[in-house]
Write a protein that binds this ligand. Sequence first.
Ligand SMILES: [Fe+2]
Ligand SMILES: [Fe+2]
Length: 315
Amino acid sequence: MNTIEDTIKAIDAMAASLLLTEYASSRPDLIELYERAKSKQWSAADLPWETPYPARGLFVDERMLSLYGTPYYQAMSPVRRAEYNRLETAWVLSQFMHGEQTSMLVCGQLMAALPELDAKFYAASQGYDEARHTEVYRRYVGERLGLVYEIDEQLRFLCDTALKAPDWAMKLVANQVVIESLALGAFKTLFEAAQDTLLAELLARVMQDEARHIAFGRLALERALVECDEPTRARYEDFLATCTQMMYYGFFPAAVFRDLGLDDVPQLRAYVNASEQRRLFRSNLFPQLIPSARSIGLITDRTIGRYRALGIDVA
Ligand SMILES: [Fe+2]
Ligand SMILES: [Fe+2]
């Protein structure tokens, strides 16, 4: 099984670093976002790490577990339900942690590769945000939940694309549009389900930062997409459509089911796909991602059918 360490070792392509000779400020919109980022910094130490554990060991509302309401869940004893609750929460938060570390690395690459100094400043501030996010998830998963899961195969594909992209615009599409939107949608879903007040507070703070990161993607890409040639633009559009399809069906906590001794994967996939958790995730993700991607030209008439085929509202 691949781990995030394998992913890191596999990086063999990245955008060229640009040491700029032009120091004049040209992007007041990015500077404003950078100033906001600096004024909103917080520390992992600000979180109430000593909060007592949630009642009955249920970290999230059981109705938001991917197998809730299925015969598998009904057959579990209360002790087994609590264990499943901890394992699935650990799996979800492990994915967040792997995604955050990836974003931190991509920010380092963007800092080097972006062609405007104001954008480099912002990428530097975001890198610090992502370091803090990786830190708080590492602590929550390691100390509170006591186990870390490997990276999901589909998430690894997204992370690899962002890390290995040879041009900065593709890195922005992968990291600032796809991974950030996915993160915000998934964080919101878990926030709404959280029964551990420490988890809810942690997610609320991280989400405030992620909203800025999405805004950066939009501002940094708008002009770049207008200026790039058609084949390049088509490549970005196709990538977003492929990722949207992947995110629609979502990630599958195979390792959790393996640890629970459940092995009927097709049946499990069908249950997960029809779960309330998945429905809520879609409703937290797509209404934010789709209009934003459409407004900057990442969804055009050429690819719109792929979204409609999934039943996603693309006005
Ligand atoms: Fe983050
Ligand atoms: Fe982020």
